[in-house]
Design a protein around this ligand. Structure first.
Ligand SMILES: *Cc1c(COP(=O)(O)O)cnc(C)c1O
Length: 457
């Protein structure tokens, strides 16, 4: 048997990459005030900013787009997608939204009130923001192993059941439902085990609380269960996903992830107790219940994408891609969050730039260096994203300095990954010459998107 795992697709339509020189990138990054968010995408060679809505659709999906029924009410495309979602999730009620955060807003507005508390392994940033906006406390209760980047553990996304139970005992009156994010994006794209989902659901049930899953990457999570959890090696991934859903009362989804589409989202629910409130919110915030902020063609593309996202050859290749890059980084002595997650690799900037003080933002510096050396764009998850400048001018820093490289689905081939590994190793070789940055202009909130920087040293 050949060892190389090939991409399980061939390419029908190509999008050229505009090649740039290092000198050109120096100028472009300067013009972008040393902030890769401000670059034009066409000036990036390998764009690993996010896996959200950035993937390639299949010829089947493009074909389905022509079948879109754009009727305002009762479109055929709605019923087609509803049937697919019912089959995959086993949940009868499907509410389309334009993306994941809209699903969260519509659901939370119906279910939560000020002073509530919602436990989760780790809330994604839009999930947390939507809860906090309603005056709800968002508690992150991932297991301690999930917070140690270098530690290898098969299910670092598991929620800490001991802490959940303590919270249910002490604060049960404030908790409208429990959430669980599969895979745990904020925690490095790490999966949650079936045993953990089952036990969490049981615990919530004892206290009369429903379980809502955040299922953006449910197919990747199901594949991790198949590969890592005893007893599932021979179970079809679709059956594993169905078992995951069987423990839940509802779910929110950003279809821009495992839905394999460029835009879309939805809510699913097992029973109709919240349905009227949710549909009323939907009409106000998104649209009529049979389209909810999407075009008929988007519903068609998603109906096909959800099935393709559960294909085991695709999923095996997908998870192997991240692992493959991880092996090359290991060989070059570069630290990253282990084991590699489903959709991204998180470099530990401190292993590449050990001498750089945190005040010079090493993960941001590494991000800039990857762009200058190789035209690669990632996202800093460190002290620019999570630190703050206080009113007295002093700074707070994040406990980790990570650079996330997130992989669009079905878009980059093995040679792109080989190239990236070479660029990262090259940057490590030249660590002594990599410069840190200082912030010269920043907004009060979410500063990483728009802040402007200058070199230090
Ligand atoms: C992307 C994401 C969301 C939000 O979805 P959008 O489509 O970006 O609005 C929510 N939860 C998780 C875990 C995500 O990864």
């Amino acid at each position: 048997m050949a060892k190389t795992m090939i991409e399980p697709f061939r390419i029908k339509s190509v999008e050229p990459i505009r090649m740039t020189s290092r000198d050109e990138r120096v100028r472009l990054l300067d013009e972008a005030k040393l902030n890769v968010f401000k670059l034009r995408a066409e000036d990036v060679l390998i764009d690993w900013l996010t896996d959200s809505g950035t993937g390639a659709m299949s010829s089947r999906q493009w074909g389905a787009i022509m079948e879109g029924d754009e009727s305002y009410a009762g479109a055929r495309s709605f019923y087609r997608l509803e049937a697919v979602i019912r089959k995959i999730t086993g949940m009868p009620h499907f509410i389309p939204t334009h993306q994941g955060r809209a699903a969260e807003k519509v659901l939370f507005t119906a279910l939560c009130k000020k002073g509530n508390l919602v436990p989760n392994n780790c809330h994604f940033d839009t999930t947390r923001a939507n809860l906090e906006y309603l005056g709800v406390e968002a508690a992150d209760l991932v297991i301690p192993e999930g917070l140690q980047p270098g530690l290898v553990h098969p299910f670092k996304g598991d929620i800490d059941l001991g802490r959940v139970e303590a919270l249910l005992k002490a604060e049960g009156g404030r908790i409208p439902f429990g959430m669980l994010t599969v895979t745990n994006n904020t925690g490095g794209g790490q999966p949650v085990s079936m045993a953990n989902i089952r036990a969490y659901a049981k615990l919530l049930k004892q206290y009369g609380k429903p379980l809502i899953l955040d299922i953006c990457r449910f197919a990747e999570n199901a594949m991790f269960i198949k590969m890592r959890e005893p007893g599932y090696a021979n179970t079809p991934v679709a059956d594993i996903a169905a078992e995951m859903f069987s423990y839940a009362d509802g779910a929110t989804m950003s279809a821009k992830k495992d839905g394999m589409v460029n835009i879309g989202g939805f809510i699913v629910l097992r029973d109709d107790r919240w349905l009227d409130d949710i549909r009323n919110n939907l009409i106000m915030m998104e649209g009529f219940p049979t389209y909810g902020g999407l075009a008929g063609r988007d519903l068609e593309a998603l109906a096909v994408g959800l099935e393709e996202g559960l294909d085991e050859d695709y999923l095996r290749y997908r998870l192997r891609t991240a692992e493959y890059l991880g092996e090359k980084l290991d060989a070059a002595g570069i630290g990253f969050v282990k084991p590699t997650g489903g959709h991204a690799v998180y470099l530990d900037a401190r292993t590449v730039l050990p001498a750089m003080p945190v005040a010079h933002y090493p993960a941001w510096a590494l991000c800039n260096a990857l762009y200058l050396e190789g035209g690669i764009r990632g996202v800093e998850i460190g002290s620019v994203m999570f630190g703050k400048r206080l009113d007295d001018g002093s700074e707070t820093y994040h406990k980790m300095e990570l650079l996330r490289l997130a992989f669009p689905r079905r878009m980059y081939t093995q040679s792109h990954f080989d190239y990236a590994a070479e660029v990262i190793a090259e940057v490590k070789e030249r660590a002594a010459s990599i410069r840190g940055v200082k912030i010269v202009k920043q907004p009060k909130f979410l500063r990483h998107f728009t802040a402007e920087f200058a070199w230090v040293g």
